[in-house]
Design a protein around this ligand. Structure first.
Ligand code: ADP
Length: 380
């Protein structure tokens, strides 16, 4: 028998940043009102049909927010997992499941998990503090990563040799062998509660070396079919082994010898899937909502190749955000700005993104470079 979808589904989201805003846009297309919880003035606060001002890390506040919901999801991992477990035990469908969020909050547990399920990841050591780092000189060059709380390159530092030990973190961390990177790749995989799985085509991310943030994203990635299939197979294995419902962004390193290593995963919409809004048949945001609501997954194929540019706050400026050059880029074909509505710009803060689509990826790249040179977010 066919089940009947109801737009009365009560779906809540912990976190109300730009990912939440784009989830709201996708939810509107399905006729669903999302309920969002975050702090005052979060980017979603003016747009959510129901916005609850609260702390997503606070046990009581999360339980209070979630207790009458049918489904509760997240747009950031830094949430109170115990509260989610309590809600789950009272019958709320929490997707991704609290045990998955718990694993992902800890980069050390993530590494052990990849090892356990046989998905290759760069060699590593677990450190309890900086004294452990001093005993691992032979393992260098490596990258030290805080086990918990890091994001967007914060909580990650390169330790080239014994002379750089003083730059290390004095906290529980993962020391990961330095990978001689050819490319950084990402696959978004989705799974609904009936176990139906889809993957989006592999994309390639180019990082800004100073900010450690994605500067350009190319869809599709310029890789062999074998690497494409391998990355998708690993992504599917990870989501199956996690028994997870929702979407999962799986980030990979491809080294110069052609080896693929999983770097980390994020169980939510991700920066490496923003181009799917214009570039693919189904966006990552709609796919996430479909997965958690038990709806059939949408087709993930690329309609047009695309380049995504993160719009970062200009270095050396802070204050009210001004978008220089926006009017110019709006005149160009295939250029889609997404401004997140954050009032204050800070150096390297993610203020928006721009997607450029073209039937020829080389042309899209050329135009994306022009966009990059033309638009600036200045804080005044
Ligand atoms: P975050 O969770 O903050 O995004 P990542 O672990 O993804 O942190 O690291 C941020 C960036 O640092 C990566 O995208 C990559 O460019 C670089 N990096 C991380 N680990 C390694 C490694 N083992 N070898 C080489 N570069 C790395």
């Amino acid at each position: 028998m066919n089940s009947t979808f109801s737009t009365d589904l009560k779906i809540g989201v912990l976190g109300g940043g730009q990912l939440g805003r784009m989830l709201i846009q996708a939810a509107i297309d399905l006729g669903i009102d999302l309920k969002i919880m975050d702090e005052e003035n979060a980017p979603c606060s003016q747009y959510a049909a129901h916005f609850t001002c609260g702390d997503i890390r606070n046990h009581e506040e999360v339980v209070e927010f979630g207790k009458n919901l049918d489904i509760l999801t997240i747009e950031i991992e830094n949430v109170n997992v115990d509260a989610l477990k309590e809600l789950e035990s009272h019958g709320v469908n929490v997707y991704p499941q609290p045990n998955v969020i718990e694993l992902i909050q800890d980069k050390g547990l993530q590494k052990q998990f990849y090892e356990k399920i046989g998905v290759p990841t760069a060699p590593y050591k677990l450190l309890k503090d900086i004294t452990d780092l001093e005993t691992e000189i032979e393992f260098l060059p490596a990258v030290q990563k805080l086990r918990k709380g890091g994001y967007d390159g914060k909580g990650v530092t390169a330790i080239e040799s014994g002379e750089n030990i003083q730059n290390g973190f004095d906290a529980p961390s993962v020391l990961e062998k330095f990978v001689d990177l050819d490319k950084e790749l990402s696959v978004i995989v989705s799974r609904n509660n009936k176990g139906e799985i889809t993957t989006f085509p592999v994309v390639e991310q180019e990082f800004n070396p100073e900010a450690n943030l994605v500067e350009f994203l190319f869809s599709p990635a310029d890789i062999t079919t074998a690497i494409q299939e391998q990355a998708e197979a690993y992504a599917i294995k990870i989501i199956e082994q996690l028994d997870m419902v929702g979407i999962l962004a799986v980030e990979f390193f491809l080294d110069r010898s052609g080896n693929l290593f999983v770097n980390e995963v994020a169980p939510r919409p991700h920066n490496s899937g923003h181009q799917t809004i214009e570039g693919n048949y189904t966006s990552q945001f709609q796919q996430h909502l479909r997965a958690i609501s038990g709806l059939p997954p949408g087709a993930t194929e690329i309609i047009l190749p695309s380049v995504m540019i993160n719009l970062l706050g200009e270095k050396g400026s802070e204050g009210e955000a001004h978008y220089e050059g926006l009017e110019e880029i709006l005149k160009w074909k295939g250029v889609y700005p997404h401004i997140y509505g954050k009032s204050i710009s800070k150096p390297f803060r993610k203020m928006g993104h721009i997607t450029v689509v073209n039937k020829d990826l080389t042309e899209a790249k050329k135009l994306a470079l022009k966009v990059k040179e033309t638009i600036r977010v200045i804080g005044k």
